[in-house]
Design a protein around this ligand. Structure first.
Ligand SMILES: [Zn+2]
Length: 198
């Protein structure tokens, strides 16, 4: 059974139809499952379904690119984001891939807890460390970090103060983030990114 992450070509055997089910990007012929597209096979273990993610569908972000991403979840060691668009030209990243920031790549100095630097819903500017198979990001370096954030109390936008702290424009609450020097500058998007709900 071919379940590693290597590239497969159309017509390449993926497995036996008695053991696994054919999913997207595959077909079954005489009890054998084949790839119907060029791409990377993916075996979903719960349903035992094999699919092939076509190469042209794979979102393309490259090492060194700077992107805007939205913070979706904060784990103890990892920030999980949705990569929205290129910071250089505002182009949407197809497929809105997940991108993660490891705690060691969040800041130039030591980060004790990611919750002190970010909040769910923040828009961040980050640089791609790795584009494939998983998107890995860093918020180290000038200009990187949170560019837009909302008040955790009343959800109004936070404004940046001179001391790099944030203040709620509605209720006056003070909050702290890893504030980017570009805080408050709207991403130059072609359109407002509206990624699908998770
Ligand atoms: Zn507020």
């Amino acid at each position: 059974m071919k379940t590693n992450k290597g590239l497969v070509l159309p017509g390449e055997q993926l497995g036996n139809a008695e053991e696994i089910a054919p999913g997207r990007g595959t077909y079954e012929y005489k009890g054998t499952i084949y790839a119907s597209v060029m791409g990377y096979p993916d075996l979903e273990s719960a349903s035992k379904t094999i699919s092939v993610r076509a190469l042209h569908e794979i979102p393309h972000v490259s090492e060194g690119d700077v992107v805007y991403a939205r913070v979706e979840e904060i784990k103890s060691m990892l920030l999980v984001t949705t990569v929205l668009c290129s910071a250089a030209n505002g182009r949407i990243v197809p497929g809105y891939p997940d991108g993660t920031v490891h705690i060691s790549k969040a800041k130039d100095s030591y980060v004790d807890r990611l919750e002190k630097e970010f909040a769910v819903g923040d828009m961040i500017k980050a640089r791609i460390l790795q584009g494939y198979p998983a998107v890995k990001l860093t918020t180290q370096g000038p200009g990187m970090g949170v560019v837009s954030a909302r008040c955790q109390e009343c959800h109004a936008m936070l404004a940046k103060l001179a001391d790099n702290k944030l203040v709620c424009t509605r209720c006056g609450r003070r909050e702290e983030r890893l504030v980017s020097s570009d805080y408050g500058k709207a991403p130059p998007t072609e359109e407002t990114p509206t990624p699908p709900a998770a």
